[in-house]
Design a protein around this ligand. Structure first.
Ligand code: ATR
Length: 279
């Protein structure tokens, strides 16, 4: 029997999730069918319910519905509940919808395994305090960095976010201007939205050095403005393609009970992406 999944978002036409999950299905010999589904804030809940009623086993949820998805679930695992963000819904056999957040685990796996960078005992700077940032704080803190700072254009939102997670580790927060006296960070993660449309946070150059990994959670085929900024400062820069793959592997594990070997799909994924760009 074919297990059916979808990713729900707005817009959704360019999501790579179906490609990634079908590569996982081929690798693990699982018979899956994974589609893209567009929704609006008004239709989102009904879209999820209709998909489940049609016999599906789960769905991924992407922008702008990750917060709304919490309310569509019967149970939400503690990590996703604290983050206020669900990106994976498991539609169980008993009819329950269980919400998970695999973004943070995906980010950590990508940084540690694919980019070979340790997080433990390192200085981490997280830029942004919106939904994308909330989803990754707990798994990043779990790696026990030496410093974890959240910086945001609106400083109060960064402080509010830090407060939610303050019992899990030492973290500080503030606005971008407060970064002017900071030492360089080992990892800077951009979780703000403007990088997708060509902008980037206004942060001072003292936070970056040639030893920094400048990680943009956005995926784009060309270097993002944040990545260009990182490279200008001779840092290593990357986008969120690996995070997309790793969070998908965590979702596949929840649904199918097996974690695909992500390293094996990257060459094929790059080939497919190159073809799409030429088309
Ligand atoms: P998402 O779910 O993608 O994180 P969000 O919850 O709307 O979206 O959060 C957007 C993030 O990008 C916030 O951190 C926001 O900063 P503010 O809290 O100060 O609004 C940040 N952001 C959006 N536009 C920005 C801009 N032009 N410059 C700097 N940061 C920006």
């Amino acid at each position: 029997m074919t297990n059916r999944y979808t990713v729900i978002g707005q817009p959704i036409a360019h999501s790579l999730s179906p490609v990634v999950h079908h590569l996982f299905g081929d690798q693990t010999l699982r018979d899956i069918h994974y589609t893209r589904t567009e929704a609006s804030p008004e239709s989102f809940e009904q879209v999820v319910l209709d998909f489940q009623a049609a016999g599906a086993k789960g769905c991924n949820v992407t922008a702008p519905f990750k917060e709304q998805a919490v309310g569509v679930c019967d149970d939400v695992v503690p990590l996703a509940m604290r983050a206020g963000s669900v990106n994976t819904i498991h539609m169980q056999q008993d009819g329950k919808r269980v919400g998970h957040s695999t973004d943070g685990a995906g980010l950590v796996a990508d940084i540690q395994n694919n980019h070979s960078r340790a997080l433990n005992a390192k200085r981490i700077l997280l830029l942004g305090a919106g939904g994308a940032a909330r989803g990754v704080v707990e798994p990043l803190l779990a790696t026990k960095p030496s410093h974890f700072h959240i910086a945001n254009r609106t400083a109060s939102k960064a402080s509010d976010l830090a407060t939610i997670f303050s019992d899990l580790g030492t973290l500080s927060a503030g606005g971008y201007d407060a970064l002017e006296l900071a030492e360089p960070y080992d990892i800077i993660i951009n979780a703000t939205t403007p990088s997708a449309d060509g902008g980037m946070p206004d942060i001072p150059p003292n936070v970056i050095s040639e030893n920094t990994l400048a990680y943009d959670m956005t995926y784009a085929s060309l270097d993002t403005v944040f990545m260009q900024w990182g490279k200008r400062h001779r840092a290593t820069a990357c986008n969120g393609l690996g995070m997309l793959v790793e969070q998908a592997a965590e979702a596949f594990l929840i649904w199918e009970g097996i974690r695909p070997q992500t390293q094996l799909i990257f060459p094929r994924l790059h080939e497919i992406l190159a073809k799409t760009e030429r088309a």
